[in-house]
Ligand binder design. Structure first.
Ligand code: SF4
Length: 244
């Protein structure tokens, strides 16, 4: 179902050759098994504070006779079963941007309720996740790149199996890098502890800049770290710090 891609023109030519042929990426529409399409608007953190938005999404599904609305693993709500000729009109009705769910880019930035809603929250995962989403969602990179922020060590946002996983603790945030799921799962490695939100953003800025500059096409962050070495990677993204 999830195969869509931010469509506001960030994809540079270096990465376009690996895009699949049958989705309508420029329209954020993903081909389904039966030839219809699914679209999934961008809903940061999957948090909706205005019930009217949910009503609008449901209204679009109803108007275009879609057989399903699906809550996705990327904290989105997909409208499933759109006819090809209805895709443009559906987006127009929604008035929302597509979520980035395929291609070589920053995919959905997942974050849990943290101290905003969850009784176990130890850090503001919503605040940090929202800021990360604003800065990076949909950015073109050498490979897909997933980010999550969990508000406590329960790690409800799968921090260990995601490219850049952030976890709240009583002393700040812990950062894990290089995890992934899929065919060959890899656990992330602990990069830093006791970080403020600003320090996490700084580490992420450097990580993305280094990765964008040096990684090979389709090389996930974990593979990239394996190639350059964790110590060198750490020196690049947290410069000036002595590690033992
Ligand atoms: S990671 Fe912690 S704060 Fe976030 S939803 Fe899970 S239990 Fe709550």
């Amino acid at each position: 179902m999830e195969n869509n891609q931010e469509t506001d023109g960030q994809l540079d030519e270096r990465f376009q050759h690996s895009m699949p042929g049958h989705d309508m990426l420029e329209k954020g529409a993903i081909l389904q098994r039966d030839g219809t399409y699914a679209i999934a608007p961008h809903i940061p953190g999957g948090i909706i504070t205005d019930p009217e938005l949910l009503i609008k999404i449901a209204g679009v599904a109803k108007k275009f006779n879609c057989p399903a609305i699906k809550v996705t693993s990327s904290q989105r709500i997909a409208i499933v079963g759109l006819k090809r000729e209805d895709v443009d009109a559906a987006w127009q009705e929604l008035g929302m941007k597509p979520g980035a769910a395929i291609g070589l880019c920053v995919r959905s930035v997942k974050f849990c309720p943290g101290t905003t809603f969850c009784k176990r929250g130890q850090q503001d995962s919503v605040g940090l996740g929202s800021e990360i989403d604003k800065r990076y969602h949909g950015m073109t990179l050498p490979s897909k790149f997933k980010i999550s922020v969990s508000g406590c060590p329960n790690k409800c946002m799968d921090a260990m199996v995601i490219d850049f996983g952030v976890v709240g603790t009583p002393k700040g945030f812990t950062v894990y890098v290089g995890g992934n799921g899929g065919l060959n799962p890899r656990f992330g490695e602990k990069l830093a502890e006791h970080q403020t939100s600003e320090q996490v953003l700084d580490i992420l800025d450097r990580t993305i800049a280094y990765y964008k500059k040096e990684a090979r096409t389709n090389e996930r962050l974990g593979k990239f770290i394996d190639r350059v070495g964790f110590d060198r990677f750490r020196q690049e993204v947290i410069p000036g710090q002595t590690f033992h």
